[in-house]
Design a protein around this ligand. Structure first.
Ligand code: C2E
Ligand code: MG
Ligand code: MG
Length: 762
């Protein structure tokens, strides 16, 4: 049987489930967060790339239009220049043409006659040249057209490139206008695709911009190698998607690098069908990495905080359980541990012995040396008992001065006896505490399992019963036997009945009987002794010796004493009402009651509130109460007497009080125990009682004789000068009504016959 420390470990289930959930949430969140971030930045990139591509597409379209317009403008210029020259055909000369060419900002202005001979020109060196058959001018002259603008061509005379235009004049000749190709070219070059792409790329930070044909072959590109660097598979996929969509964007790998490529179908652009813009993903990937890292850090932080709070709560719970299940003084598992442990593991299956080990007179040590010292004793006792701890032995601290030893498999009387001996042997040597050698004694109550599946709680009850039996029989060890439980059960029942009666103020279960006490001359009733009575529903009349002890053992004595005192005060009030306020009422006070710090104050307060003179009350205490702390308690007695309450020492002669002690005690009366009265023989005088009375008188104490039953006893007592007499000879304890009647009849008899003959009144 292992010393099961696991009980302090809280149940892991409530922690594991949130933990697993948390881990799951963490992983899923991380995954979605990472892919979300990537998606987000890819989208941003796509948007950016598309925006650029769209604007480029738009530009290309516009450039295309612009090129056409410029072509038109050039042609217009050629047309206007030629018609202006044609209008002045009559005055034409080299100078005029030169002047006009300068004014119109053209490079060549020529006039041909109908024979095709160049008659005038702004360039005099070409004058006289004649067109030959098949020359573009020849072809034009022979054509029906009035006006014609050529594409760029090389001039046959100068070898330079020109853009020429021709206009027929009414005389049959023609005007030729030429614009130097260099000028045209440089002007038009601004609208060429390559140039445009380069311009665009410079304005944006795109990696490359390419113009593609419908089947995605490169027409023009800002890249030098003019290749797309894409796999056939990717190209195929893009082609497919561009059939349905106008735009397509994707991250594609180019060698080691990741490139974002966007493809845009162009409309109304002659130079190409698709525009491809590539962006490097480097920056985006680094942003994704940074954002993801931060995101993950935040997640890890949140996760750690949650983990930490789970751990804190777990630890807190563990600590609480440790406090709940372990005794802080001895660090032994406690009663709750035992209960929980037996419920979890051994319920009904435990086989062995439960031993209840009780430190004898522990309370006395506590009172004598103080609680701190008491704690040290408990620690030392626990250490000694721990020497027994083995695999199949568990030790618990059960209550203040009690420990439990649970011995598995020790279910035979012989093994039990062996174990008990070992326990008792542990305390053969005195305990050494603070340089003091304390002889500590323990008593053991044991209970064995019988194979009928006894529960630990049952064994504990049996061991408690055995311990109690052992205490009563003044034995150090007692093993439970079946019959013992009857006594135990009787106690339980009586205790419950008392509790109920006190709570419900049930006067039929708990009440007082009053026994008259007569003066030593038998002339008058001087007092009553209030005696507690219990009429149990289960067992009938029960002796106060039994039920008061049960109340004391079970911390019910205070409530019971209050109840008794209230009854006694009620009786005293009745006596006063009946004009018998001079009679005293003696109330027995239990040790526990008397030891209460505020006992005297409480008593006086009660008397005051009921309006009863303290002189009407007598308290009876027994010698055993005064055993410890004599001085302090004697002071208490003094205080009581000074307030007017009388104090009697009950059962005198049965304890240890000597007359020396009596001298010191603050008393009014001693009550000689009935055992001494019984010894008064008929024929010869009992000298012991007579001496007791004489001695008490010398100390200024009054003497009451208890248990006067026989005529010769009273006669002798009267002869000895005893101050008061109490016993069945005069009356048994009576109900309040009968007690009242007793006084009345006593007084009546006295006045009518003046006799001193007493019958027993019942
Ligand atoms: P005690 O205070 O010494 O009370 C006297 C006992 O002797 C009473 O027994 C009484 O009934 C009995 N007795 C009186 N005259 C005779 C007689 O002539 N012959 C015999 N054989 N007995 C006589 P009881 O009522 O059974 O009480 C027993 C003890 O219980 C008391 O002894 C007292 O110590 C205790 N007790 C009774 N009532 C109370 C109470 O209210 N509070 C406390 N703390 N103890 C009480
Ligand atoms: Mg008494
Ligand atoms: Mg007595």
């Amino acid at each position: 049987m292992k010393n099961n420390r696991k009980l302090e470990t809280p149940d892991l289930k409530p922690y594991l489930i949130p933990l697993i959930l948390l881990c799951g949430i963490f992983l899923v969140t991380s995954f979605f967060m990472m892919s979300g971030i990537r998606q987000h930045y890819y989208e941003l990139k796509k948007e950016e790339a598309l925006k650029v591509a769209r604007s480029y597409g738009q530009s290309l379209k516009k450039f295309n239009e612009a090129e056409e317009i410029i072509e038109d403008l050039l042609e217009e210029k050629i047309r206007i220049s030629s018609s202006m020259a044609a209008n002045r055909e009559e005055e034409l000369s080299n100078d005029l043409l030169k002047q006009m060419a300068e004014d119109l900002d053209i490079d060549e202005l020529d006039y041909y006659d109908e024979e095709g001979v160049l008659l005038y020109s702004n360039l005099p060196e070409v004058v006289g040249w004649k067109i030959y058959e098949g020359h573009p001018i020849d072809l034009f002259l022979k054509s029906e057209a009035l006006y014609f603008v050529e594409d760029l061509r090389q001039d046959v005379i100068t070898g330079n490139y020109y853009k020429y235009g021709y206009l027929k004049v009414p005389t049959g000749g023609l005007i030729q206008v030429g614009l130097n190709a260099d000028r045209v070219q440089s002007f038009l070059a601004q609208y060429e695709v390559d140039y445009l792409l380069k311009e665009m790329k410079e304005n944006q930070d795109a990696l490359s911009i390419s113009l593609l044909s419908e089947d995605l072959s490169v027409l023009a590109s800002t890249k030098e190698d003019k290749r797309l660097n894409m796999t056939e598979k990717d190209l195929k996929e893009i082609r497919e998607s561009l059939k349905g969509e106008k735009e397509y964007g994707a991250v594609l790998s180019e060698g080691e690098d990741l490139i974002y490529k966007v493809f845009l179908r162009l409309e109304d652009v002659e130079s190409g069908d698709t525009l491809a813009v590539s962006y490097t993903m480097e920056e985006t990937l680094s942003t994704i990495r940074t954002v993801t890292t931060y995101g993950l850090l935040v997640l890890v932080l949140v996760f750690s905080v949650l983990l930490y709070s789970i751990r804190v709560s777990y630890e807190k719970n563990r600590k609480l359980r440790r406090i709940a299940f372990y005794d802080s003084l001895t660090d032994l598992p406690n009663r709750e541990y035992l209960q929980e442990w037996s419920a979890r593991h051994e319920e009904g299956t435990f086989q062995g012995t439960l031993m209840l080990v009780n430190i004898l007179n522990f309370k006395h040590f506590n009172v004598a040396y103080g609680y701190e010292f008491g704690d040290l004793i408990l620690q030392e006792v626990s250490k000694r008992l721990q020497k027994l701890q083995k695999k199949n032995l568990l030790l618990f601290r059960f209550s203040m001065d009690r420990f439990i030893l649970l011995c598995k498999d020790f279910d035979q009387k012989i093994t039990y006896d062996w174990m008990v001996k070992k326990v008792l042997d542990l305390f053969e040597e005195p305990l050494r505490i603070k340089d003091l050698d304390l002889p500590i004694q323990v008593s053991v109550g044991g209970a064995l399992t019988t194979g009928k599946g006894e529960k630990i709680t049952e064994l504990l009850k049996y061991a408690t019963v055995a311990l109690e039996e052992g205490r009563k029989k003044e034995l150090q060890e007692m093993l439970y036997e079946k019959e013992m439980i009857d006594i135990f059960q009787r106690e339980e029942i009586l205790l419950n009945e008392m509790r109920e009666a006190i709570e419900k103020k049930d006067k039929s279960t708990l009440y007082l009987a009053f026994q008259p006490i007569l003066s030593g001359t038998e002339e008058e009733v001087v007092a009553f002794e209030a005696l507690a009575r219990m009429n149990s529903k289960s067992f009938g009349p029960v002796s106060p010796m039994e039920f008061i002890l049960i109340a004391e053992k079970n911390q019910l004595i205070q409530k019971l004493s209050d109840c008794i005192l209230d009854c006694a005060l009620e009786f005293m009030k009745e006596l006063r009402r009946q004009g018998k306020g001079h009679l005293r009422v003696a109330v027995n006070i239990s040790g526990h009651q008397f030891l209460q710090e505020d006992f005297s104050e409480g008593l006086l307060k009660k008397l005051k509130s009921e309006g009863i003179r303290p002189q009407m009350l007598e308290v009876e205490i027994t010698e055993s109460v005064l055993l410890d702390n004599f001085q302090h308690l004697n002071e208490k007695l003094k205080k009581l007497r000074s307030s007017g309450i009388r104090v009697a020492l009950d059962d005198f002669g049965t304890g240890y009080s000597s007359f020396m002690r009596l001298q010191e005690l603050h008393l009014d009366t001693i009550k000689i125990d009935q055992a001494f009265i019984r010894r008064i023989k008929e024929e010869k005088e009992e000298t012991l009682v007579s001496d007791m009375i004489t001695m008490a008188h010398r100390l200024g104490l009054l003497v009451v004789a208890e248990g006067v039953e026989e005529d010769h006893q009273r006669k002798n007592l009267i002869h000895f000068g005893c101050d008061a007499l109490q016993g069945y000879f005069y009356a048994k304890p009576l109900s309040p009504e009968k007690a009242m009647l007793f006084v009345e009849e006593f007084d009546e008899r006295k006045t009518s016959s003046n006799t001193k003959r007493y019958d027993t009144v019942e």
